[in-house]
Design a protein around this ligand. Sequence first.
Ligand SMILES: C[S@@+](CC[C@H](N)C(=O)[O-])C[C@H]1O[C@@H](n2cnc3c(N)ncnc32)[C@H](O)[C@@H]1O
Length: 304
Amino acid sequence: MLLLTIPRILELAEELCMPLAAVKYSRGMFIFPGAQPAPHRSFSEEVDVLNRYFGHLKSGGNAYVIGDPAKPGQKWHIYYATEQPEQPMVTLEMCMTGLDKKKASVFFKTQADGHVSCAKEMTKLSGISDIIPEMEVCDFDFEPCGYSMNAINGSAVSTIHVTPEDGFSYASYEVMGMDASALAYGDIVKRVLRCFGPSEFSVAVTIFGGRGHAATWGKKLEAEAYDCNNVVEQELPCGGVLIYQSFAANEEVAVSAGSPRSVFHCFEAESVQSHPLVKEGKLANLLAWRAEEDSLEEGAVLCE
Ligand SMILES: C[S@@+](CC[C@H](N)C(=O)[O-])C[C@H]1O[C@@H](n2cnc3c(N)ncnc32)[C@H](O)[C@@H]1O
């Protein structure tokens, strides 16, 4: 449904006298592709819609599906068109599945003890407020569960969406426009992983303006407790580059949990939520989660 909003967004931009400069649409794999309504039934259907609105830009419409052909469950889709060379800019997009159950439970409004939680409390308890503490956060909680937030700090913007339901849990994180030399790529990813404890995740870093200004963000990511199973670099028009990597919780952790690695394939029908690592929070422990009581000062009132 997302692409159906394009005409309204263009209308609002015109009202604000903001000319169209560039467009980027990107996504991973749908967990339930068969449940997607038009125009999201296939990437080519999405590209047709995007080209109708943006194909006339100077670069033309450019569509890519990237990933290791041997791993059809892990692909990244990107559409990009631009009217002019881009300003130097770094964007990070993370997709996480198989969220740690305890971490995911923070995003349910009614807790096991009957406590009714609000978005502000979820932001604090999950650790989201610590990812980039300077960000001003506008958060929203869904009934009976789910969470979304948008955040801003100067030219930097960030967004998070969480689906915590067992069996198809998912969280996305995106940040762009930050001072790439002031924040370390690995630190941000680690803070995001601590919020959700996924069994699998992908990162896509888009760099415009050359790797020189992108500092740590132009390098390959290494994530403690996870194995990288896919690395692809894709050049984009106007000197842009996209670096995509996907990760699964590593063999060592899986073996110590007494479980075969195969259970981590979250895009298959089986549920990663039943994985012993997810159930027992072992993955969470390995990533050194802070104790929950540390993340909220005693007596602090977050929900009014
Ligand atoms: C965070 S919202 C999705 C936001 C947005 N579609 C995204 O992913 O970018 C998804 C979560 O909210 C819950 N939810 C509750 N009411 C909803 C609604 N009216 N629309 C979408 N999600 C809702 C879903 O069950 C799910 O856990």
